[in-house]
Design a protein around this ligand. Structure first.
Ligand SMILES: Nc1ncnc2c1ncn2[C@@H]1O[C@H](COP(=O)(O)OP(=O)(O)OP(=O)(O)O)[C@@H](O)[C@H]1O
Ligand SMILES: [Mg+2]
Length: 264
């Protein structure tokens, strides 16, 4: 007599089925993560690649922190959990500065959707040596999907020689990859020519976005360039970008900037 219940075949079918679901989940995971920056996503095949490490490089005041916060706010609005690690920004001041764009980070922190961590570079150094520490716990417990480090510059200054810097950078990237979050790391560059050299982590990053803040006829203007984005057919244009109240960063894709004739 045939036993009632689930047949071996059915179990096999279900296993295959669940494997399929897993595969779909993985495909979905590797799909695009919206940046929140107006008009940017259509130029980069829908957004940043999930689980990729993105470096946002620019001079002082070029909009790196605003970019990073806009990226976090996009996730928070979609119900995601996010983490912001900084060495420089003071929380109250930062949250207050962001309200001009209509972003209330305080509210998300209270709801335990946003985790704000102020670390000094030494603490990050030991964090790397420990292999994650408390951040590890927050990331798994709260299923963090978006991570920002603002900025990595002071961290890399901890290391004197290039080799040590590179090794520490690799260790940091290893940690972020282990966490699986989509990451935005900001990096300071003093001069426009330094944009590339300044980013010592440039080779390990999956994506590099450059923010320019240049002078034209006595007026500072802004531009954005996607220097590289692995696995993406991205725009090759350097385009005008503006910081606008209640909106944040807005890209103007049709305003192509010829930086060479503008840098002074
Ligand atoms: N409401 C606003 N409207 C227009 N521009 C604004 C507004 N708020 C801030 N800005 C511009 O954004 C700049 C600050 O941007 P942000 O803090 O993101 O720069 P940053 O690249 O992170 O700088 P740093 O290297 O100092 O950390 C200000 O200097 C100002 O020019
Ligand atoms: Mg900043």
């Amino acid at each position: 007599m045939k036993k009632k219940g689930v047949s071996k075949k059915a179990v096999k079918r279900n296993t295959i089925g669940s494997k399929k679901i897993e595969a779909i989940k993985i495909i979905k995971k590797s799909s695009r993560v919206k940046t929140g920056v107006k008009n940017l996503d259509p130029l980069i095949q829908g957004g940043l690649k999930s689980s990729h490490i993105n470096l946002v490089v620019g001079s002082a005041g070029s909009g790196k922190t605003i970019f990073a916060m806009q990226f976090l706010m996009e996730g928070l609005k979609a119900g995601e959990s996010c983490i912001y690690i900084t060495f420089e920004e003071k929380k109250e001041k930062l949250y207050h500065d962001m309200t001009v764009f209509g972003w209330n980070f305080d509210e998300y922190e209270k709801k335990k959707k946003l985790f704000y961590l102020e670390y000094n570079p030494e603490q990050v150094k030991s964090l790397i040596e420990e292999g994650g520490g408390t951040i590890d716990q927050i990331i798994t417990e709260h299923k963090i999907t978006r991570l920002v480090i603002d900025s990595v510059t002071s961290f890399s200054l901890l290391y004197q020689d290039e080799l040590a810097k590179k090794e520490a950078g690799l260790a940091l990237f290893g940690l972020i990859n282990k966490w699986g979050c989509t990451a935005v790391l900001t990096s300071q560059a003093t001069e426009i020519e330094d944009q590339l050299r300044g980013a010592s982590l440039q080779f390990e990053a999956d994506c590099i976005i450059l923010l320019y803040h240049f002078k034209q006829k006595g007026e500072r203007r802004r531009a954005i360039e996607i220097l590289k984005m692995r696995g993406t057919n991205h725009t090759n244009k350097t385009m005008a970008i503006e910081i606008i109240s209640q909106k944040g960063l807005v890209v103007f894709p049709n305003k192509v900037i010829d930086l060479k004739s503008n840098i002074n």
